[in-house]
Design a binder for this molecule. Structure first.
Ligand code: PLP
Length: 423
């Protein structure tokens, strides 16, 4: 500070700016704004390259025809498909047990909601009725209760844990049934086999949102689902740095219709998010096994604490759907644990502040544990009476358990409970 910029420069030397290189005349035939193909190497990158390009250069009109007609598939325009989305979709197909070569498979969308929207826009036509589950992610509920009716599709809802209730709610014009494997935040398990049997009889399609359970615990196609969706943002990508969805169908025609809808309505993803998610997916199996183990232990620990009124975890014998979860999930109960303290909003605020190490964030599936409060986030637009019916109170918290040391998690929660309840 205080040193003049020309300090130490003898007065007879030219000022520094005058020594800067002068622009040289452009060489004919060269332009900085034109793309140069990188030099070809005999080696290939180990990591999937990031294809950030919005568009691809074709060699001729014949080559474009061949790309669009599928004779020589090649990316043309990123909204219509790009290598990073393709690689990611293929890997999630493997997890869901789909054979891409047989025309089955999924596409990546710009978010989980994009996946649900693409499926709805692909399958619904005038006169179709949609049957939804009573307990769905908030935005899905909003799409079903507000947006689809506004577009002319009547929507009704029924209890997904009761296949007879679903069967009774199916109408002759029901085209699509929308369920989540496990509901948020009460972790009720949908009777997927019963719902699929009822839908088959009526000729309706069943779309299963498998975000909470993941294909490591449950593969809906193996039980006869028609469409499977994921918020890839959550456990599959696992690091809260990419917002993406996945939607798949076994029937090649249905799959093609969904892909067309996603492209037409602009629901397709960014290459960089796909690149990040592919990297996250590499550790998915290891992360998932660890978080399930942590969650099961934490659920039991919380249930033993006298201040905790209720713990909801499908792996516990006291969960209302434990037997069904056992049948469907093969011993992987997921990473979400919901619990209730007998407290109102002021103490709920104290609990969250006391749990300083656990990020208070309305998401799930991050590598680290996150804490959410359904009344002020996911369920804020649900009428209070409905919330109370489902047992969701100011003292209800949802943990998305991460891979941390389990003893650390137990300590942090005990400290937060003490902060909320001690006067
Ligand atoms: N489905 C479920 C079960 C979710 O929890 C969420 C988001 O929380 C979504 C879908 C929507 O996913 P996204 O946020 O990626 O649009």
């Amino acid at each position: 500070a205080g040193v003049p910029p020309d300090a130490g420069v003898p007065p007879d030397r030219p000022p520094i700016a005058a020594a800067a290189p002068q622009p040289t005349a452009a060489r004919p035939g060269r332009s900085l704004v034109r793309r140069e193909a990188p030099r070809a190497f005999p080696s290939t990158p180990l990591v999937t390259p990031l294809y950030q390009s919005a568009v691809y250069v074709a060699e001729s009109p014949d080559a474009l025809d061949a790309a669009y007609e599928g004779r020589a598939p090649a990316p043309v325009y990123a909204r219509e498909g790009h290598p990073n989305a393709q690689v990611l979709a293929t890997k999630i197909d493997w997890l869901e047990g789909l054979e891409r070569d047989a025309g089955e498979g999924g596409i990546i969308t710009s978010s989980g909601m994009g996946a649900i929207a693409a499926a709805a826009l692909a399958v619904l036509s005038e006169g179709d009725h949609v049957l939804g589950a009573t307990q769905l992610y908030g935005r899905t509920t909003r799409m079903l209760r507000r947006d689809l009716p506004r577009l002319g599709f009547p929507v009704t809802v029924a209890d997904p844990t009761d296949a007879a209730a679903i069967a009774a709610a199916i109408r002759p014009e029901t085209r699509l049934i929308v369920v989540e494997t496990v509901s948020n935040p009460t972790l009720r398990v949908a009777d997927i086999p019963g719902i699929i049997a009822a839908a088959r009889e009526a000729g309706a399609l069943v779309m299963v949102d498998n975000t909470f359970t993941t294909p490591r615990a449950f593969r809906p196609f193996e039980w006869g689902a028609d469409i499977v969706v994921h918020s890839v943002t959550k456990l599959l990508a696992g690091h809260s740095d990419a917002t993406l969805g996945y939607v798949a169908a076994r029937d090649p025609e249905l799959r093609a219709d969904i892909e067309d809808a996603a492209i037409t309505w602009g629901l397709t993803p960014s290459p960089f998010d796909c690149w990040l998610a592919e990297r996250g997916l590499h550790s998915f199996a290891l992360r998932y096994d660890r978080v399930c183990e942590n969650a099961a232990e934490l659920a039991d620990h919380l249930a033993d604490l006298p201040q905790v009124e209720q713990v909801l975890y499908p792996g516990r014998a006291d969960h209302p759907d434990h037997a069904l979860a056992q049948r469907l999930f093969g011993g992987q109960w997921g990473n979400i644990v919901t619990f209730r303290l007998g407290i109102g909003r002021p103490r709920a605020n104290r609990f969250v502040r006391g749990a300083g190490g656990l990020a208070f964030a309305p998401t799930l599936g991050d590598i680290a544990t996150t804490l959410s409060h359904p009344v002020s986030s996911s369920h804020r637009s649900m009428p209070r009476t409905e919330r109370v019916e489902q047992g969701i109170t100011e003292g209800t918290f949802r943990l998305s358990v991460g891979i941390e040391d389990i003893e650390l998690l137990k300590e942090e929660l005990e400290r937060a409970i003490a902060a909320a309840l001690d006067d």
